[in-house]
Ligand binder design. Structure first.
Ligand SMILES: NC(=O)c1ccc[n+]([C@@H]2O[C@H](COP(=O)([O-])OP(=O)(O)OC[C@H]3O[C@@H](n4cnc5c(N)ncnc54)[C@H](OP(=O)(O)O)[C@@H]3O)[C@@H](O)[C@H]2O)c1
Length: 246
């Protein structure tokens, strides 16, 4: 069984790649520009899951032509892909009044259009193989987040995309679900938030801590497993309760 993960070089995506390998999947993953980080993941796979295949592909998910080319390359290199994880994402912390067209397009292009292009590229092979799983990595920002209008809009859009695919392709045995990470330890959180704000969010979470990439990965793998074959169009929170905390 092969799993395809976008943005598998770092953070949550890396956690998903590692968990999938440990669960016995072969894995194809992408990175945008951080080749050294992608090579680290491939080296980790050689050391920890030597019997599994793990290959990295450079891809900017904003480019639909490149997405099709990488999709074809992955399907040539691996038998068939059973699970597609749309994880690649970026955040922009800017008030709407100050956000440039370019920044808006970069965030929407990466987080939302990229996930659409990738899903579209793999749907024909999922249909041909009689089923599979699409998993999207969302955010609690989908309900609105001051200072993150583009990010929030992109993540809200992912929910609509996932639910639409769930309805279009459910009858073909393909499920589409969203995993919503809470406040997770990754480069994104370390680079986009001052330490004090990180401490605030960890304390605000009912479990009083950040989550780990591995904890998000467990939920992704569950949605991709036979145990979740009747779960479709669902949003699964891996947040420690952050989204409903008072
Ligand atoms: N961390 C959190 O607390 C948190 C919370 C909620 C949701 N999320 C979501 O979880 C996902 C992963 O976040 P993270 O924290 O793991 O981020 P991260 O540590 O910054 O890693 C981002 C990953 O996405 C890749 N990427 C970025 N732009 C890309 C593009 N245009 N095309 C292809 N790949 C691209 C990066 O590749 P390079 O290594 O080459 O740069 C990297 O592998 C994102 O969708 C994010 O919105 C994160």
């Amino acid at each position: 069984m092969t799993t395809f993960v976008t943005g598998g070089s770092r953070g949550i995506g890396r956690g998903i790649v590692q968990a999938a390998l440990q669960a016995g999947h072969d894995v194809a993953f992408t990175y945008r520009s951080n080749r050294a980080a992608a090579e680290e993941v491939v080296a980790w796979a050689r050391a920890h899951a030597p019997q599994r295949r793990c290959e990295a592909f450079a891809l900017d998910v904003r480019d639909p032509v490149a997405v099709e080319a990488v999709g074809d390359a992955v399907l040539d290199a691996f038998d068939e892909v059973a699970t597609v994880v749309n994880n690649a994402g970026i955040v922009a912390n800017e008030l709407a009044a100050h956000m440039s067209d370019a920044r808006w397009a970069e965030v929407l292009g990466t987080n939302l259009s990229g996930a659409f292009y990738v899903s579209r590229a793999f749907l024909p092979s999922l249909l041909a193989s009689g089923g599979g799983s699409l998993v999207f990595v969302g955010s609690i920002a989908a309900d609105g987040m001051a200072g993150q209008a583009a990010y929030a809009a992109s993540k809200a859009g992912l929910v609509g995309l996932a639910k639409s695919l769930a309805k279009e392709y459910g009858r073909k045995g393909i499920t589409a679900n969203v995993v919503v990470p809470g406040f997770i330890d990754s480069d994104m959180t370390r680079e986009s938030m001052p330490t004090q704000l990180q401490a605030f969010w960890a304390e605000f979470c009912p479990l009083r801590r950040m989550g780990s990439a591995g904890e998000v990965a467990d939920a992704v793998l569950f949605l991709a497993s036979d145990a979740a074959r009747f779960i479709n169009g669902h949003t699964l929170c891996v947040t420690g309760g952050l989204e409903w905390a008072p």
